[in-house]
Write a protein that binds this ligand. Structure first.
Ligand SMILES: NC(=O)c1ccc[n+]([C@@H]2O[C@H](COP(=O)([O-])OP(=O)(O)OC[C@H]3O[C@@H](n4cnc5c(N)ncnc54)[C@H](O)[C@@H]3O)[C@@H](O)[C@H]2O)c1
Length: 388
């Protein structure tokens, strides 16, 4: 069992990027990871400046993933990078993940897993042949009270689940900022770099993953409507999906990036026969429970009554808010634990200390994207979402 921090390299996440800095803060939080190298940008000057700013040895600021893989594999084993975080736009996830896995490195990859189910399967094959771990950044499953919600549904507190309602409402793409130089908007609205879905791939996948993860149910069929509200945009910016889930539950998924004024409004409600729960990402330290036969309850992070699997996901006493970076850090910690245990992703139980989203989660969410697109473009009312 290794107790030293794992050595991490990052691809993407250079100067001006969004999520790379969040990964770095999260990976460092519990001392499981040390960033030692990277290829932070496709632009050589920006890459070099980013490496300098992060205090990376200039020999380990590489000009591409290929030179990173070759350079690290030439180092002695005790000094070589253990894992690579991929935080680039979506079109690079699959080729980079496959190259890194084939070169013998564990991979922690941003969502969506790839551009298609077919590409995701190639990642799965690369992980299987390399024996390396693959983690996927479905951030919201790392929140302590999301785990609490999942655990309470799983132990049957609400009875048989009837309703799953998930909403992810953002407003930042309400105007054509993709054509006004906003770097994050620009690639997200370009089918060649974002994939088949716009809002669908970017945040619809988060909503779908959260809904299946917490409810423990599988979406079996769906009926979808995709729209583009901003003139000239090539990918959807607004998604509505009716869901038929296993066990007879019904659901609704709404994801939009044109709800003008909305910030990062991810909300989940699940109801069973006796009561239900509500969790909202913008108030992540409260889980509300509602009952048919008694007053509502408020479960608080680090407060009383938490499930055993929630407690290790908390770091501060109650009333000291934890949030996005800590949720991400829970995934990095679980990923480190999984590398230490050497267990295959399929063997790690949800709620366990070394569970983090992986290949099965990625395949499901990519199948969701493709099924929504097929349904929205076709004539059938309901389209089955194949189990993989
Ligand atoms: N899990 C989450 O909550 C979450 C949140 C935001 C973004 N994301 C995902 O993270 C990824 C990045 O999103 P972002 O908003 O940070 O994008 P961004 O545009 O801010 O950053 C992308 C980075 O990748 C770099 N890059 C591009 N091509 C490269 C190459 N060939 N080699 C090395 N670096 C390269 C860019 O220079 C930039 O530094 C996307 O897949 C997105 O879906 C996930």
């Amino acid at each position: 069992m290794r107790n030293q921090p794992f050595r991490l390299a990052m691809v993407g996440g250079g100067e001006g990027a969004f999520i790379g800095a969040v990964h770095r803060a999260a990976a460092a939080l519990d001392g499981d990871w040390r960033l030692v190298g990277g290829a932070f940008s496709g632009d050589p000057d920006r890459n070099r400046r980013s490496g300098d700013m992060l205090g990376i040895d200039p020999d380990r600021t590489y000009d591409s993933l290929d030179t990173l893989l070759a350079g690290e594999n030439a180092r002695p084993i005790g000094d070589r990078v253990d894992a690579i975080a991929i935080v680039t736009p979506n079109h690079l996830h699959a080729p980079m993940a496959i190259a890194a896995l084939d070169a013998g490195f564990h991979v922690f990859c941003e969502k969506p897993m790839a551009m298609s189910v077919a590409e995701s399967r190639l990642i799965a094959q690369a992980a299987a042949r390399s024996g390396c771990q693959f983690g996927l950044a479905f951030t919201y499953s790392g929140y302590p009270l999301v785990e609490e919600a999942r655990a309470r549904v799983a132990r049957g507190d609400f009875g048989r689940i009837r309703l799953v309602q998930v909403e992810y409402s953002q407003g930042w793409l309400s105007q054509a900022i993709d054509r006004d130089g906003n770097k994050q908007a620009e690639w997200r609205t370009d089918p060649a770099r974002a994939g088949l879905g716009g809002c669908l791939g970017d945040i619809g996948t988060h909503a779908f993953h959260l809904a299946e993860h917490v409810s423990g149910l599988c979406v079996e069929e769906l009926c979808a409507d995709l729209s583009i509200h901003v003139e000239g945009r090539r990918l959807d910016d607004d998604v509505s999906v009716l869901l038929r889930l296993s066990g007879g539950a019904r659901g609704v998924l709404k994801a939009t990036q044109v709800a003008a004024g909305d910030e990062n409004g991810l909300k989940l409600r699940i109801h069973g026969e006796h009561g239900g729960l509500e969790w909202s990402q913008m108030e992540p330290n409260t889980l509300t429970l509602r009952w048919l036969d008694r007053p509502a309850e408020m479960v608080r992070a680090a407060g009383p009554g938490l499930s055993p699997s929630t407690v290790p996901r908390l770091r501060t006493p109650s009333g000291h808010p934890e949030g996005y970076i800590e949720a991400f850090a829970n995934l990095y910690r679980a990923f480190a634990a999984r590398i230490r245990s050497g267990e295959a992703a399929a063997e790690t139980a949800k709620g366990g200390a070394d569970w983090c989203p992986s290949i099965a989660d990625g395949l499901r969410t990519m199948a969701f994207v493709e099924t929504v697109i097929a349904n929205a473009a076709g004539d059938s009312k309901w389209t089955p979402l194949a189990a993989d």
